[in-house]
Design a protein around this ligand. Structure first.
Ligand code: COA
Length: 260
């Protein structure tokens, strides 16, 4: 697939996906969601890619939401399909990806933009970032997982307030809420993301995959997270990464994980 609305840069086994619709503040139209779906799938299948950073082009917006002009005239059925397909193709895919995904929130992250950031494994914001779920101001509710992931990340009361007021919070408040892990000046955003993901990429990608799975299991209503953890813990003992990691420790050398 040729990408029109995103581009991908790869450096030292770290891929950066940049959403590139600056005239629309990187709003997520269908094409962009399809492109992101393809990009995440391809990068996840590529063993060389150890971590993914996702950001928006420019200094103003990460993603200013789903593309309002595209769905303004949708019927009930079309709206249902938009949310169901979007959740499956992008938001659930990202959340459950085996490769770590970090959102570099470089400006507005609103509606579907904040939902995309929340589907990532964790978030880092620039100090100018503004985050919110403005959907009720448009007569609709978040449809890409926002009503579920925001309370998971910041607690039910704060999430209810943000959703009901449709207001934006700044990076400092997002940091206090635990919505983002760091808030840094814009020029430090991508360097900090690279620094953290390069530390991640030194570890066993197989163990990280199972860790992501076990953490996510605890947030699924039909899965016992503790049981999922026990299964994944046991499975790790059968991997080459476990043999290498424990041997390297005992031999007092740096592990060189085969990723299998
Ligand atoms: N969908 C479609 N287009 C969008 C968009 C969205 N979610 N967000 C911004 N745009 C477009 C604007 O329509 C405008 O396009 P135009 O130049 O063709 O008119 C362009 O991006 C620039 O946005 P603009 O509103 O002029 O910038 P601003 O600095 O005045 O305001 C925001 C920035 C983010 C506050 C404002 O764009 C906004 O409120 N966007 C919608 C946010 C939202 O409700 N998202 C949830 C959708 S469910």
């Amino acid at each position: 697939m040729d990408y029109e609305n995103i581009y991908i840069e790869e450096e030292n086994n770290i891929a950066t996906i940049t959403i590139n619709r600056p005239k629309k503040l990187n709003a997520l139209n269908k094409r962009t969601i399809d492109e992101l779906h393809m990009a995440f799938k391809e990068l996840d299948e590529d063993n060389e890619t150890k971590a993914i950073i996702i950001t928006g082009t420019g200094e103003k917006a990460f993603v200013a939401g789903a593309d309002i002009s595209e769905f303004a005239h949708f019927s009930v059925e079309e709206a249902w399909q938009l949310a169901a397909e979007g959740q499956k193709l992008l938001f659930n895919l990202v959340e459950n990806l085996s490769t770590p995904v970090v959102a570099a929130i470089n400006g507005f992250a609103l509606g579907g933009g904040l939902e995309l950031a929340m589907a990532c494994h964790f978030r880092i914001a620039s100090e100018n970032a503004k985050m919110g779920l403005p959907e009720v101001s448009l007569g609709v509710i978040p449809g890409y997982g926002g009503t579920q992931r925001l309370p998971q990340l910041i607690g039910k009361g704060r999430a209810m307030e943000m959703i009901m007021t449709a207001g934006m919070i700044d990076a400092d408040k997002a940091l206090t809420y635990g919505l983002v892990n760091y808030a840094v000046p814009q020029e430090e955003l991508l360097p900090l993301c690279h620094k953290i993901v390069s530390r991640i990429s030194n570890n066993s990608s197989v163990a990280i995959k199972y860790a992501i799975n076990a953490v996510n299991a605890g947030f699924k209503y039909d899965v016992n997270g503790y049981a999922a953890e026990i299964d994944a813990f046991g499975t790790c003992f059968g991997t080459n990464d476990f043999k290498e990691g424990t041997s390297a420790f005992l031999e007092k050398r740096k592990a060189d994980f085969p990723g299998s």
